[in-house]
Design a protein around this ligand. Structure first.
Ligand SMILES: *Cc1c(COP(=O)(O)O)cnc(C)c1O
Length: 483
């Protein structure tokens, strides 16, 4: 498999090159040269790890089978607290939740970020790449800790994440400020997630910054879903859960199921599109947005307009107005680099672009705060099942979209990450201390407190560093030098 930029399909890159570079040199995103058709019927009965190996063999074809096998067993083992890695929780015979939060940081990002560090190490060896790697990452809350956890203690890698000051939940903040290792660090930025993402992207295209980093001994890379190494692993759970449903006799192979994905940066939903393009019998793929409904509007009208205020919601991982992976989706639907370049130019200059909505094959809807609370409440009252606000946004979308038949909802975060919204939706008092909320959530869910949650109160907590966008480079070098 080779990769090329969405903005230029002439220059080809090996998988290892694409993974280490993160962003393509022209500012576009790496995409696979093709999405080969697979007869997934022959994969029925395989476990998560075996599916992972087969997918990685296709997409990271410059790594040996043995290395892929080692990476997979390191990435998807007892670091997940469920042996199925991503179990499907059916609440009735129509609706199932894809529980993507059994990893160490309790959000779906772990499915990719428990894997990416191993992949990057292998890519580094493959290319005989000598320099250390500095990973810069913007986070709306979940990617940050997942990247820190994935790279914790990994030699020759340093991770610095930027999160929006006052834009993450108190639990998320505690997660990022409590760490076991010195090579990972979180810094708060005055602004929102888009400011963090823009700041990081600017540093990536800043020659002077790259030069200084090189002098300090580092090459730059990214752990955001702009990295193709983040996206490929996300296809696995769609394939695995479809086949699980077949094995459980919920459907016969070939019958379409619907997928609903709570979306922010468009990575998770794009992985579903890729799996479908490879032949997985998915029916409708529905995009669920919160009040920051720029993507829902786009899918309905073909007009992408990010010129609107960003609203802070209870599903902060979706508080995003510029979704980077949309560029890959557009390329999938219309592989025309010149066209994409002009759209991205429009987006840069005016914050918007317009296309013919005919080529778009996803449906979309959005959910406000009140509806989110209703969904949390309803699912708990009817099924005694706790869902986090992101998952609740997706659950709400089922009725809005009029989805019928078997529907799988991507459940992207554990309820522990967003306790306040859950408690208020269930008309419970919100205790002053997160620790008490944790006890309440555990009681409501009827399950024990996960290890990774209780551990957070045993680790020392960093003092929060708060900077403005123009201080990012300085903060990074201060941090590197302190190593
Ligand atoms: C990151 C995240 C999302 C959004 O996923 P994208 O791939 O950015 O669309 C949704 N929910 C949670 C809990 C997340 O952490």
């Amino acid at each position: 498999m080779k990769y090329h930029s969405t903005r230029n399909n002439n220059d080809l890159f090996s998988p290892s090159e694409a993974v280490l570079q993160g962003l393509a040199p022209d500012g576009g995103l790496f995409v696979p040269q093709e999405l080969p058709k697979v007869d997934f019927a022959t994969w029925i009965g395989l476990d998560y790890q075996t599916i992972a190996k087969r997918i990685f063999k296709i997409f990271f074809s410059d790594l040996s089978d043995q290395i892929i096998a080692e990476i997979v067993s390191a990435a998807y083992g007892d670091n997940f607290d469920d042996p199925q890695i991503v179990p499907v929780h059916l609440i009735d015979d129509q609706i199932g939740f894809l529980e993507l939060w059994h990893g160490p940081t309790l959000a779906f990002k772990d499915l990719a970020l428990q894997f990416l560090p191993h992949l990057m190490q292998a890519a580094k060896k493959q290319l005989h790449f000598e320099q250390d790697i500095l990973i810069l990452t913007a986070t709306s809350g979940d990617t940050g800790k997942a990247a820190m956890e994935g790279f914790a203690g990994v030699e020759h890698f340093k991770v610095i994440v930027f999160y929006p000051h006052n834009g993450v939940s108190s639990f998320q903040k505690r997660q990022m400020l409590c760490r076991d290792y010195d090579n990972v660090r979180a810094i708060a930025l005055r602004g929102d997630f888009d400011d963090c993402q823009r700041g990081v992207k600017q540093l990536f295209s800043d020659q002077e910054f790259a030069g200084e980093a090189a002098t300090a001994g580092y090459a730059l890379s990214s752990a955001n879903s702009i990295n193709i190494g983040r996206l490929i692993p996300q296809m696995i759970y769609y394939i695995n859960s479809y086949l699980q449903m077949v094995t459980a006799n919920c459907l016969s192979y070939g019958e379409p199921i619907s997928i609903v994905v709570p979306t922010g940066n468009f990575g998770n939903i794009l992985a579903a599109c890729y799996a479908k393009a490879m032949g997985l019998p998915l029916g409708r793929i529905h995009l669920a947005a919160n009040q920051n409904n720029v993507l829902a509007d786009f899918l309905q009208t073909g007009i992408y307009d990010s010129n609107r205020p960003l609203v802070k919601t209870s599903s902060p991982s979706m508080d995003i107005l510029v979704a980077s992976n949309l560029e890959r989706y557009l390329y999938l639907k219309k592989p025309d680099s010149e066209w994409l370049k002009s759209l991205m130019r429009d987006l840069n200059v005016s914050g918007k672009f317009q296309i013919d909505p005919e080529i778009l094959d996803l449906t979309a809807s959005w959910t406000d705060e009140n509806e989110t609370s209703i969904a949390i409440n309803q699912v708990y009252q009817s099924y005694e099942y706790l869902i986090d606000p992101h998952t609740a946004v997706a659950y709400s979308a089922i009725a809005k979209a009029g989805l019928t038949g078997l529907t799988l909802v991507a459940s992207t975060a554990s309820p522990y990450k967003f306790m306040e919204k859950i408690l208020s939706s269930l008309d419970k008092e919100i205790p002053p201390d997160d620790r008490q909320s944790i006890e309440t959530i555990a009681e409501l869910s009827g399950q024990g407190i996960p290890q990774t949650v209780s551990k957070l109160w045993r680790l020392p907590q960093d003092k929060e560093i708060v900077i403005s966008a123009d201080q990012m480079a300085k903060a990074i070098f201060d941090n590197i030098k302190r190593k």
